[in-house]
Ligand binder design. Sequence first.
Ligand SMILES: Cc1cc2nc3c(=O)[nH]c(=O)nc-3n(C[C@H](O)[C@H](O)[C@H](O)COP(=O)(O)OP(=O)(O)OC[C@H]3O[C@@H](n4cnc5c(N)ncnc54)[C@H](O)[C@@H]3O)c2cc1C
Length: 270
Amino acid sequence: MNILVCVKQVPNTKVTKIDPQLDPKTNTLIRSDIPAIANPFDEFAMELAARVKDAHEGVQITVLSMGPAQADAVLKQCLSVGGDHAYLLSDPAFRGSDTLATSFILSSAVRYLEEKEGRFDLIFCGKQAIDGETAQVGPELAEYLGYAQATYVTEVTAQDGGVEVNRETADGYERIWVQYPAVLTITKTAYEPRLPSIKSKLASIRAVIPTFTAKELGLDPEKCGLKGSRTKVIRSCNPEKKAGCMKIKEETGAESAHKLFDLLHSEHII
Ligand SMILES: Cc1cc2nc3c(=O)[nH]c(=O)nc-3n(C[C@H](O)[C@H](O)[C@H](O)COP(=O)(O)OP(=O)(O)OC[C@H]3O[C@@H](n4cnc5c(N)ncnc54)[C@H](O)[C@@H]3O)c2cc1C
């Protein structure tokens, strides 16, 4: 079985006090001077892939990331916890890609690798990235590839011909069966991602990660980056903090509710 895990490098907004800056010309995030981490949901995706590998003979895990050269750090992190192969998609032409352009580039890399290494039975993405937070790339990737998909997955059981998954729904959970090949987007699992052993950590540090450009993937640069994006960030600003919110605290809850109703009614809001 061949599994692919898509991993995005994201700003580590938890540790840095630096407010992420946007490039005034392109309105895209300036990622260079912000400490970066692997997207947390992608770490859960990597852990689920490693558990399928623990449970089944002959599973190979490939990890893929599109980003600047320093994104190879998240690929090495995945190699240290069970990844077998890793590839970086890096090219100035990819900069500023929106979700459609990103999933187009990722899907082209999947096709390119499948020609070389055989088809991927499962492709794991995180439910969403903590910077863009669109949760669009997984489903878009499945659409580009024509693969089955399931989102918000918390548990997988690989079987012949397909996989049984637990997925979060608005009302709780459901258990569904999805045939191979399939794209699954992974949310927080019941267990924490594993830590690397010293041996696997040292091996991952020494790993040489092949990098593919648009040319190597045979991509038209017009379909990548800002040029290939259907959405353009035209302006971004910090929302104005409005002062003077009103607190309603009457004797009883009912009285407070009445007062709120009267207020909203007098303002013709309701
Ligand atoms: C603040 C902000 C707002 C944005 N808003 C939009 C928007 O409204 N519309 C839009 O089209 N773009 C938007 N973008 C750009 C968007 O972030 C990029 O297109 C990004 O590459 C993919 O979208 P995402 O971050 O939302 O990822 P998501 O769709 O949330 O990511 C889901 C999963 O896809 C995989 N994945 C995503 N990106 C990569 C990657 N580069 N390499 C490998 N795997 C990856 C990961 O497994 C990830 O967990 C925004 C970016 C920022 C920083």
